[in-house]
Ligand binder design. Structure first.
Ligand code: ACO
Length: 335
């Protein structure tokens, strides 16, 4: 059986920086409230007319990842695209990337697992490489949140958290046989689906009905989140799935060189770090600059950590995520 490894990483965030003070001009919030509750100082938002979209950002990140893996678009055998904010209701973003990058008629698969999307997508790529079916797979997480958030007082508890951006990884057959993706671990618990959700438009919440039932208020095509409930479940599931991944490989917490948790909220990451007794050097966070970019947060953080020289060959890198669904997962990687 083959194994897989990450051979190239890239990220892209829009140039438009939106600070907490900028948001305070739109809604009743403050820099102090946002920083204290989430650790976020600023995020990036697509600006009308800047040419960006979920798929366009995905392509920008992917081009960097491909260049770093020394591969041409023609060498990619499959695209796995994780997003909760595709440019269109259907088709998904994967086919747009295939078109924009002039790729062969390779399969393009969209993954709908919100904050856990990148881990799920990485796991899918890993399985296709393990079976020997494909050699090089482009795995993407990309999100345009700013286009779908409520920036009035009504939406303030959700809209201050999220930002736009994209990250990409080229996952290739591990020709050396050493290291690579050791294992991935995925979970879901659908009974909590309404705790963090965007209900419509969908076949259950169709646009004409939504407008008829909600003349102006509480329109369910903005995301809703039971923040404290999410927080409580996140810290439990994050720690469980990190330990599950380590145990599956006969490794311990002391073996982790770098943990990159999905950048949900700095307080969640700090809570996990404390619970697992990890040192500051073992955990990488960048939510302060980008907010929560859901499926894009792990590949953006992984790329930044790699660019900063925080990941060296032979390091044990652990990725972990939790989010809407609920879904959660981890990936254990020997770099
Ligand atoms: N600015 C100022 N005040 C606000 C804001 C805001 N942006 N949003 C809410 N408030 C107010 C509320 O109205 C409430 O006021 P009240 O006491 O007068 O009723 C008060 O602040 C406290 O509201 P809570 O919702 O209880 O605030 P809490 O301390 O729980 O913090 C938060 C909210 C940050 C969302 C927190 O619950 C949290 O961190 N949850 C984790 C969820 C999370 O991180 N989600 C990220 C996405 S999911 C994921 O990626 C896993």
């Amino acid at each position: 059986m083959y194994t897989s490894k990450i051979t190239g990483l890239g990220y892209y965030v829009p140039e438009n920086v939106v600070t907490n003070d900028d948001l305070a001009k739109l809604m009743d919030t403050s820099d102090a409230w946002i920083q204290e509750r989430t650790g976020i100082q600023e995020r990036r938002h697509i600006k009308k007319g800047d040419g960006n979209s979920t798929s366009v950002m995905a392509v920008k990140a992917s081009k960097i990842a491909l260049e770093r893996s020394n591969l041409e678009p023609d060498s990619i055998d499959m695209i796995v695209f994780a997003t909760l904010s595709p440019d269109m209701y259907f088709p998904g973003g994967g086919v747009e990337v295939q078109e924009m990058m002039g790729m062969r008629t390779i399969p393009a698969l969209d993954v709908r697992n919100q904050c856990s999307g990148f881990i799920y997508a990485l796991s899918v790529a890993d399985q296709f490489i393990k079976t020997g079916m494909y050699k090089n797979i482009l795995v993407i997480g990309s999100e345009n949140h700013s286009g779908g958030l409520d920036f009035s007082d009504r939406g303030r508890s959700v809209s201050v958290i999220f930002g736009d951006g994209a990250g990409a990884a080229v996952v290739s057959r591990n020709e050396t046989g050493a290291g690579g993706i050791l294992s991935t671990h995925l979970h879901s618990e659908g009974k909590h689906k309404n705790e963090l959700a965007l209900q419509g438009p969908s076949t259950r919440h169709w646009v004409p009905e939504i407008i008829a039932e909600n003349p102006q208020e509480n329109i369910p095509y903005y995301p809703v989140m039971n923040g404290q409930f999410v927080f409580k479940h996140a810290v439990v599931r994050f720690t469980e799935v990190i330990q599950e991944g380590l145990q599956a490989n006969n490794l311990g917490l002391e073996d982790i060189d770098l943990l990159i948790p999905h950048q949900a909220n700095l307080r969640i990451a700090q809570f996990i770090q404390q619970k697992l007794r990890l040192t500051d050097d073992q955990v990488f966070n960048n939510i302060q600059k980008y907010g929560n970019t859901t499926a894009a947060s792990i590949p953006i953080a992984l790329t930044e950590a790699w660019e900063a020289g925080k990941i060296k060959e032979g390091d044990l890198v652990v990725l972990a995520a939790f989010g809407s669904g609920f879904t959660w997962g981890s990936a254990i990687i020997r770099w």
